[in-house]
Design a protein around this ligand. Sequence first.
Ligand code: CUA
Length: 373
Amino acid sequence: MDHRFKRWRSFAGALLLLTLFVVAVGSAQSVQYPQSTLHPRGDFALMVDKLFRTTLLWATIVFLLTEGALLFVIFKFRGKPDDPEPKQVHGNTMVEVIWTAIPALVLAMIAVPTVRTIFRTYEVPKGADVLQVEVIGHQWWWEFRYPQLGLTTANELHVPVGRTVAVKMVTQDVLHSWWIPQLAAKRDVFPNRSTTLWFKAEEPGDYPGQCAEFCGIQHGRMAFQVIAQSPEEFDVYVGRMQATAVRPAAPAAPAADSTAVAKPTAAGPALTTTTLAATTTAEADTMPGSQLFMMKGCIGCHSLNATVPMGIGPNLAGIGRRLYIAAGWLENTDANLAKWIQHPQTVKHGVLMPDLGVTDAEAQSLVAYLRQH
Ligand code: CUA
């Protein structure tokens, strides 16, 4: 009796755990799990999601029927103490034909939509209205180019809602894989051949993406954001990025820089603007950020002009408004940006950016300068 009670209790415990798990998974929102593929927000992702649901439906039907039949047989033909030896059976052609035909049919029901979907994912939409984007993978950041607009950016891809984006991908070094869970499935990126992907964001929002192929020690920090915005907002973004071409590279106005230290200008609404101590003793001797950007060698790898594709380091045009720095994972606050400039090897060990011996005051000056871009 006691033994049976124990068994019942562990069964009830397992059932409770399973129920909690199902409730937890079921109530998971895309806001809590932005990298979940279960909350599709684009046509490509919806297509893949539909295939997943079709497969799940068939798997559920098969599971319920087979487990139901199994439980029924176990219960109905359970052994009793005085039962004789059951009749032994060897081979039954009819049963074997049935249990071969039914799985073949179920597999066909899954295979046909699967193959059809796979082919559809490779049919990159064409036409003047399609926004072309080139993705170039680097250890460990993403370069994005808009050939139709003549723009280059990094780690934050702006796209207009409701317009199909055709993506062509290649890498500068090792294998990577481009993945925006809510908008499109993942696709591997190779150094010696280009792969394609396409998607159309159906709703405005910030969609996190991630490198999904192990590519070195900072693979986990090779993230990016896709910012889907209204066509009007996207046009404003494009205009602002194109304007970076005509801005003087090094305004010879140190005064403008030192006032900007106190109030960062271009910080977007989503940014936490940590006010920096503007008047430290070292500040007086510090060069303006525009000069430091050249003297410290930043300019050797980073362009502040979105119309100049460079590709050694991420293009920094629009950096002041980006949500994240260091490839989509470190919040773009003044404090984080200063730390990143000063100690890149501590923040993200192994990146190409070297520690350049930037002092605190110089870092603040550079942050103020970058905030204007
Ligand atoms: Cu790039 Cu992992």
